[in-house]
Design a protein around this ligand. Structure first.
Ligand SMILES: N[C@@H](CCC(=O)N[C@@H](CS)C(=O)NCC(=O)O)C(=O)O
Length: 207
């Protein structure tokens, strides 16, 4: 059985959704990021990068990094069609996953939520957050255009949609922001999926 190391409402929520979409039994291990559990020896033995998500597989081996975990889940469950079939869509999915996890999340939203990771100087925190907000807004604007005329990024639901979801989730629930029309439609379609409803309930978010 796969076990997901997650934190409620963190980017790991997208991997949690994929596990629900797949429908096979899985385990959950909560990591308390607020209390710094990610930096303690117990979790560092799981993921020395001190981040969630991490996925422990049947044989005890661990995979980390959102795109890699999502890709492995899609690849090991081909019947669920979570990875697009055609090359153009695969490239779009990769491009989007990389941009979200490598730039919009880690350079943008991480600056807003954890300015202390970017500077120890508290008087600089507002400037760090403002820079993060710029990067986040640019990211959402780019995704808004990519979703024009599409219900799902690659035509059919794929692992890339779960990454778009966690950004929108943060924007709406943590930042109390409004989504632009295509993202709002995507977010509503995600919320309508039973997998997303189940995960929100399990992670303690009432809908
Ligand atoms: N590159 C990693 C980034 C994961 C990441 O930054 N996760 C956040 C939660 S959304 C985290 O674990 N933060 C803990 C910390 O920064 O101390 C991935 O895509 O999986």
């Amino acid at each position: 059985m796969n076990t997901l190391y997650f934190a409620p409402g963190a980017c790991s929520i997208g991997i949690h959704i994929l596990l629900e979409e797949i429908g096979a039994p899985y385990g959950l291990e909560k990591v308390n990021l607020m209390e710094g559990e990610q930096h303690k020896p117990g979790y560092l033995a799981v993921n020395p990068k001190a981040k969630v998500p991490s996925l422990k597989r049947d044989d005890g081996s661990i995979i980390t990094e959102y795109p890699a975990v999502a890709y492995w889940l899609a690849g090991t469950n081909p019947d669920k069609k979570l990875w697009p079939a055609d090359l153009e869509s695969q490239v779009l999915a990769l491009e989007t996953l990389d941009y979200i996890t490598g730039t919009v999340h880690t350079h943008g939203y991480a600056r807003i939520f954890r300015p202390g990771n970017f500077t120890p100087e508290e008087t600089h925190h507002d400037a760090v957050k403002a820079k993060g907000a710029d990067i986040g807004a640019k990211g959402l604007a780019i995704l808004e255009k990519k979703l024009a005329g599409r219900d799902w990024l690659c035509g059919a639901f794929s692992i890339a949609d779960t990454a778009i979801f966690f950004l929108c989730f943060w924007h709406v629930t943590r930042l109390k922001g409004e989504l632009s029309p295509n993202l709002a439609g995507h977010y509503a379609r995600m919320l309508a999926r039973p997998s997303v409803q189940a995960v929100l309930k399990q992670e303690g978010f009432a809908t």
